[in-house]
Design a protein around this ligand. Structure first.
Ligand code: SF4
Length: 62
């Protein structure tokens, strides 16, 4: 499972790094993915971040 953030959609709410600091971090007022390849141990948190993102900016792909 891989994850990416649509920069144009992110409003910088800070939620995704709160849910998974291993996968997301804030930079320049928006979130970025630290490593697009999601470790199995982080999958549940990443799915939660996808659901919680207020602008649906986080996308999962293969
Ligand atoms: S939860 Fe969504 S809007 Fe908030 S920082 Fe993360 S990607 Fe951006």
């Amino acid at each position: 499972m891989k994850v990416r953030i649509n920069d144009a959609e992110c409003i910088g709410c800070g939620l995704c790094p709160q849910i998974s600091a291993e996968v997301f971090r804030m930079t320049g007022g928006i979130a970025e993915v630290i490593n697009e390849e999601v470790a199995e141990a982080d999958e549940e948190n990443v799915r939660e971040a996808v659901e919680c993102c207020p602008t649906e900016a986080i996308e999962l792909f293969d």
